[in-house]
Design a protein around this ligand. Sequence first.
Ligand code: ZN
Length: 212
Amino acid sequence: MRDAVTAVPQHDDIERRVRRAAMQVIVREAFQQTLAEQDDEHRRPAEFAEAWKSRLAALLEQETVEVPGWSKITIADLDTDLGWNLYAAVNHARSEAIACAVATPSRPLRVTDAQTSSYEFSITAGEEHSLGRVRYEICEVCSVGLLLKISFSLEWQFCGLGTRALRQMETRHPNLTWYTTGQYAHAKGFYERYRHSSHSPWTEKQRPCPHF
Ligand SMILES: [Zn+2]
């Protein structure tokens, strides 16, 4: 008898946890839907937050939501306040991460030859949480820098972090003329805008110097 009595709150507890998990899934689904539009929309953080909010509202207005890996979720069973609290908490954490992101020290990558050296650093938020990274190679002899790769996951693009990373790179190696590899057509707009706001010279030429 005692077992039956204690089993009731446990059962409620499990149900509550399942409902909570279902709401987390819906908030995440709204986020993923918004993220999927980023390739075309290029939304800045505030605009992204609004779009995500609209997506979440639209999902919560439905009777049921189907998310891969889950059985059909009935919205009426859920606590929508919890959904909005989750949204607010994640959105706040995201804003904090963007505002407080810092660049790690440049780490030498490998010895290329006598005259050039390559480096990598990350943009991180909090303890070791990497949002993206930059790789570059420099030739001291010719005062040339080559941006090899700048990579941020879609989640952290269009947040000003790429600009912050390149500024940091220029600050660490002043008086260089910078080149890009030109391999990343989708990032061309970003480089173009950056070039115009930069104090360091950037060139469109493809071959930096004979030492690379
Ligand atoms: Zn050189």
